[in-house]
Design a binder for this molecule. Structure first.
Ligand code: SF4
Length: 490
């Protein structure tokens, strides 16, 4: 063990890549102006939504499965200390080596050291969002080690010098013509007559990747689940590239957030039904790879597991917010979110975009570092309805907004504007005379309106009218209307 964090109430953070570069409102405004992006997103998300809805409707016990998934994740997070230690014991007893990393810097140091120890200058990676979270590729590059992404969408992102914009389909913002251009520009040895048919693009990627699989000595993976009772790690994927990464290299390094642990194989049965239907809209994903330590003479003979905290124990300390750690990264909440569908993943400035990113990233970095994300929602509740483990995302969003308001007020050493407004409203509403006077005074607002809409208000109310109209107060208050209707008795 190179470090320890069990028992600590909070952990050092250090997730540079998670810290929002630009507040969401500014990034979203730019994204909204990109009509090609909006077309690509609308097409992709509506297709996945329809597939998911169809396969979910096939299961009469879907709601029971969701409830089971929620119960297992809640139990695992409540007893995380126990299950992590059990996982470590099981992996170690089967020949693997377990490392504990408190933050991104520690994880990157560890992994870079392991790759060097294996004498490798190149690694192949199966899609792993947690390695994006810690900025592993940059850390490896700084150490002179080249990382090759092998998931097709991740490869497109890497060759395009781009950033992922979706948990499951990182290149969702690209269409076929754009992918063809990237391949022609960046892929050494590609056929100059390459077309943009899916079969041709896939064949080009296959040829490119095959050479890397056969020469790589180190593979790096994430893990969808880790079964504590046996020390088994599990990766689910669609392309088979992951299985090449997991079986061909001599050394396999798996990087996993500590929340991915589940108690038993029986629990895996629940998630292997929930995950593919919620993510790709399939009954079963094509490849489910599981490995338990080392098997002599078969597959990697040096197996490492890096257990990453990076803000997770801090999230666990928040009774409402900890639900975010239940996430199984299916991305169903992204595909139904009206905000995500219009602005895409880059606007969130975080490797975890969409509704789950809006509740997870601020907790991993500290709310102050991603303060705009909990507001990136209309609170319509669609994410809660589709979440396979029933994370109440709208409630966590509201909770994080409250945390942000309180922290900002504490930093200013003044009551929050919201608290002052509510106190004033309570004072006005406590007296019928004050309420009637305020209603009469509010009709002055008609002067700012044109017709029945107000399109501009002075600060601080300008924040509202910058993005939307406000209704103009009616010509008559309710009391005046009632009085006139009932012959003078209010
Ligand atoms: S929050 Fe729920 S719906 Fe969203 S990615 Fe996680 S498990 Fe899927």
């Amino acid at each position: 063990m190179t470090g320890t964090f069990l028992g600590m109430p909070t952990a050092p953070r250090g997730v540079g890549h998670l810290r929002g570069a630009e507040p969401f409102p500014a990034a979203a405004r730019r994204a909204l102006a990109d009509s090609q992006l909006r077309r690509n997103l609308a097409k992709a998300t509506s297709t996945i939504r329809a597939k998911r809805a169809a396969v979910v409707a096939e299961l009469p016990d879907w709601e029971d499965l969701r409830a089971a998934g929620q119960a297992i994740r809640t139990h695992a997070m409540t007893h995380l200390d126990h299950y992590l230690v059990q996982l470590e014991e099981q992996v170690t007893s089967r020949g693997g080596v377990v490392h504990w990393a408190r933050d991104a810097a520690e994880a990157n140091r560890l992994i870079t050291g392991l790759v060097r120890q294996a004498g490798a200058a190149e690694v192949v990676k199966v899609k792993s969002i947690v390695t994006d979270e810690i900025g592993l590729n940059d850390a490896l590059a700084a150490a002179g080690i080249t990382a090759h992404e092998t998931d097709l969408a991740e490869l497109i992102v890497q060759l395009g010098h781009d950033r992922p914009s979706h948990i499951l389909v990182p290149a969702i913002h690209r269409n076929r013509a754009e992918i063809r251009e990237i391949f022609l520009r960046e892929m050494a040895g590609v056929d100059p007559g390459l077309t943009d048919s899916p079969a041709a693009l896939t064949a080009a990627a296959r040829g490119y990747l095959r050479r890397r699989f056969l020469s790589a000595r180190v593979g790096i993976s994430g893990a969808n689940f880790a079964v504590a009772e046996t020390g088994t790690l599990c990766v689910v994927e669609s392309e088979g590239n992951g299985r090449m990464c997991l079986t061909l290299p001599e050394t396999l390094i798996t990087v996993m957030g500590i929340e991915k642990v589940i108690p038993s194989w029986r629990d895996l049965e629940v998630f292997l039904q929930l995950l593919p239907r919620s993510s790709t809209g399939e009954r079963m994903n094509p490849y489910t790879s599981m490995w338990t330590g080392i098997t002599p003479g078969d597959g990697p003979q040096h197996v490492h597991l890096v257990l990453l905290d990076n803000g997770r124990t801090a999230a666990l300390a928040d009774e409402t917010g900890r639900q975010a750690l239940h996430c199984i990264r299916c991305s169903a909440c992204l595909n139904v979110c009206p905000v995500y569908e219009r602005v895409g993943g880059h606007a969130y400035g975080s490797v975890y975009p969409g509704p789950i990113g809006a509740i997870l990233s601020p907790q991993l970095t500290g709310v102050e570092d991603n303060a705009s994300l909990p507001y990136a929602s209309s609170l319509c509740g669609a994410c809660y309805q589709v979440c396979p483990v029933k994370i109440d995302i709208p409630s966590v969003l509201v909770h994080l907004r409250a945390r942000h308001v309180e922290q900002a007020a504490a930093a200013r050493r003044m009551p929050a504007p919201e608290a002052v407004t509510m106190a004033a409203a309570a004072w006005v509403m406590a007296s019928p005379r004050r309420w009637a006077a305020t209603q009469r005074a509010s009709r002055v607002g008609r002067l700012a309106g044109r017709g029945d809409r107000i399109r501009w208000l002075p600060p601080p109310l300008s924040g509202w009218t910058a993005a939307r109209d406000a209704p103009a107060p009616p010509a008559q208050t309710f009391r005046q209307w009632w009085k006139a209707r009932n012959g003078g008795t209010a």
